[in-house]
Design a binder for this molecule. Structure first.
Ligand SMILES: Nc1ncnc2c1ncn2[C@@H]1O[C@H](COP(=O)(O)OP(=O)(O)OP(=O)(O)O)[C@@H](O)[C@H]1O
Length: 365
């Protein structure tokens, strides 16, 4: 069913009431890119995803996905789950044990008429690096390989939206690191919006463009990832590990000192030498605990990365001894976590010009 209203974007408005738990969300999300649904265990992430899939019979509300209305309870509209054009990837892929990888993939493709196919078999195989696995049976695949097959199979159904529920949660650290580049490729090469459930901040800051933070069935914060991460009023899961996400362009390699310079609006940082070619964009995180402040350009320091900043806001942090300070570095937001004593000794206040010293930068890709 088509809607006259906005043709792009995802509108999600749901209410669910269970004994002891209620979900009440109202979201307008971008119709492309990866939106992370982030929150503690029990915050309602999976319930929200199940509402989108039409799997929560008690859910009332409105759902439109890039112009297609799948639910509008007040008007009696409810498109059943099997008719919602979506792909669902769970923690563990449930592949058909008696079919090879190739035949599992063909199963995903079988109901989609050729003219409606958004992703071809060859494209899905290449995107998820499955070429050498096609004749294998599922019981001969590692957990990470099974997940990649599950993702390819979901893509082959040509979904209008991809729902991923903690797709890496069952994998160990090494397997997670192996699979993340494939997820980044999906993001870069496909135009299918993704709702990605995770309680791992590391995955979220690496993959997401947009973030929704859920707590007890409510939206605590939502917005573009970089702007949202620079907010000082985030739920505790993020303030304990506060920090901004920045995208920088590879601007220079220094082969003598094995360093690479990343430029971003308002500044630049040097990081250890990266294999990326000049001009590429790399995403990195600057943890608030790795930023200190000085009222003059400190000479003779071992810290390479110094940025002129203007203080914007100061709020209490996760302990009474600390504050979080948000700054503007010429258009790029930064956050520092410093002691309350330092904040008072430096007489920090909004509008004041300072120097931010960045002790370490964590590259995310
Ligand atoms: N059918 C149901 N009946 C009653 N309560 C339910 C039902 N489904 C979910 N809940 C409750 O809703 C709450 C949210 O569960 P949900 O699985 O959505 O959380 P989550 O954020 O995905 O958690 P996790 O990260 O642990 O998967 C939980 O308290 C759960 O017990």
């Amino acid at each position: 069913m088509r809607e006259d209203a906005a043709d792009t974007g995802i509108r999600i408005r749901f209410e669910v009431a269970y004994p002891g738990f209620g979900l009440d969300v109202d979201l307008n999300l971008p119709g492309r890119g990866v939106t992370a649904l982030f929150g503690h265990s029990g915050s309602g992430k999976t319930t929200l995803l199940r509402c989108v899939a039409g799997l929560e019979p008690a859910a009332r509300g409105v759902l439109t996905v890039n112009g297609a209305c799948w639910q509008d309870s007040a008007r009696g509209v409810f498109v059943p789950p099997h008719r919602r054009e979506l792909g669902y990837v769970f923690q563990e892929a449930s592949l058909f044990a008696h079919l090879s990888v190739r035949r599992n993939l063909a199963f995903g493709l079988r109901r989609i008429p050729p003219a409606a196919r958004k992703v071809s078999m060859d494209h899905a195989i290449a995107l998820l690096g499955l070429e050498h696995l096609l004749e294998r049976m599922p019981d001969r695949l590692s957990g990470g390989e099974r997940q990649r097959v599950g993702m390819a199979r979901a893509l082959l159904t040509s979904p209008h939206i991809l729902l991923m529920d903690e797709p890496l949660a069952a994998l160990d650290h090494k397997r997670k690191q192996e699979i993340l580049p494939y997820l980044e490729r999906l993001h870069d090469e496909l135009d299918i919006p993704v709702l990605y459930v995770s309680h791992a901040a590391e995955e979220v800051v690496r993959l997401a463009d947009h973030i929704v933070m859920l707590g007890e069935g409510r939206v605590m914060a939502a917005g573009e990832l970089r702007a949202t991460m620079a907010r000082l009023d985030l739920p505790t899961a993020f303030t304990e590990d506060a920090g901004v996400v920045v995208e920088g362009r590879v601007a220079e390699h220094d082969d003598h000192y094995h360093l690479t310079r990343l430029d971003f609006p308002g500044g630049a940082v040097w990081v250890s030498r990266q294999a990326a070619e000049l001009g590429r964009t790399l995403r990195f995180r600057i943890h608030a605990r790795d930023v200190s402040l000085a009222d003059h350009q400190v000479e003779g320091s071992s810290i390479v990365n110094l940025l002129p900043v203007v203080i914007e806001d100061i709020v209490g942090a996760d302990t009474p001894a600390h504050v979080l300070v948000r700054m503007d570095a010429g258009g790029t937001p930064l956050v520092a976590r410093i002691t309350r004593r330092s904040s008072e000794q430096l007489v920090l206040r909004p509008g004041r010009r300072m120097w931010a010293q960045i002790k370490s930068v964590a590259l995310l890709a």
